[in-house]
Ligand binder design. Sequence first.
Ligand code: ATP
Ligand code: MG
Length: 363
Amino acid sequence: MATISFRDATRVYPGADRPAVDKLNLEIGDGEFMVLVGPSGCGKTTSLRMLAGLEEVNSGSIWIGDRDVTHLPPKDRDIAMVFQNYALYPHMTVADNMGFALKMQNVPKDERERRVAAAADLLGLKDFLARKPKALSGGQRQRVAMGRAIVREPQVFLMDEPLSNLDAKLRVQTRTQIASLQNKLGVTTVYVTHDQVEAMTMGNRVAVLKDGLLQQVDTPMALYDKPVNVFVAGFIGSPAMNLLTGTVTEGGVRVGDYVVPVPRDTLAKAGDETTLIIGIRPENFTIADDGISLEVSVVEETGADGYVYGTLVGDEQADGTAGQQLVARVSTRQSPQMGSVVKLAARDADAVHVFSEKTQNRL
Ligand SMILES: Nc1ncnc2c1ncn2[C@@H]1O[C@H](COP(=O)(O)OP(=O)(O)OP(=O)(O)O)[C@@H](O)[C@H]1O
Ligand SMILES: [Mg+2]
């Protein structure tokens, strides 16, 4: 069992003009399932490879437990990794694929067989041990790849988009299996994905990266409820949070023809900024007597709920905040007609997020 600590860990690839991972500070608890998430190129894989010892750390350090592993070779870090392309050896059986790393470490045969059998049991692969990979489904192959990591009984699991080869349905099944397996084994795990739904459903905590910089690390619910900046607000949640440009006025922020109420102490933090960004999630609107006027362009009914898309109504000359696009979730019983104008209010005060336009940070 082990904790992991990135301390100002930085990676600059040769010839790059800025770091791929820039002064990363991240503490991962013993047995924790930590997810790294962010758009393509934000430094997720690089962070994982630095931890595994596959990528040089140019400054800062990385610790596993009380050991500074920054300059240790990969084999001395007691880590097992599952990659996106978890190529299995095609000519070997499932059992041999799973036991191969142990064989290379000269683990005695009976011990190897014991560990492979235990992992196969855990993964529901007992009936497949004698098969070759080509005779397995995608999900089964993915489990063999997990098995290869598990039999090594490492202190730390690293997984880099291990589900990306699976179809949508299998991904959903497999992600719950991996999360519950990790929970059962209690091995500290760092899991990389660019899929925010995967991140939110699997992680004890989620670290959001952008351009090599850690934006926020917290529990899924805390990220959802209190995103620290516009990027995290827009990245976490689906459909994405509405981020509307508004003008500071008495008692709130004007968007279109409506003033969204904002507490005085929040507005005070804006200083002399006159333009702010208001964030409201689609699921946090209700149709009300008074609210943001939206001219409905599309209504999407998905069953019990529907999504209403439209354009903010208002005097466009006044402050330029009319004309912005918005999406709201409404109950199908309330769903409006295309072309009509509805008024939308935030469900409650906590549903209104306010960000500085200048710094993009939460006020
Ligand atoms: N071997 C390399 N040499 C030079 N630059 C690299 C190398 N590997 C990655 N990079 C650059 O470093 C940055 C971070 O890459 P990284 O692979 O860590 O991103 P990622 O978050 O894993 O993205 P993805 O979701 O696409 O896998 C990118 O700008 C990438 O182009
Ligand atoms: Mg990657």
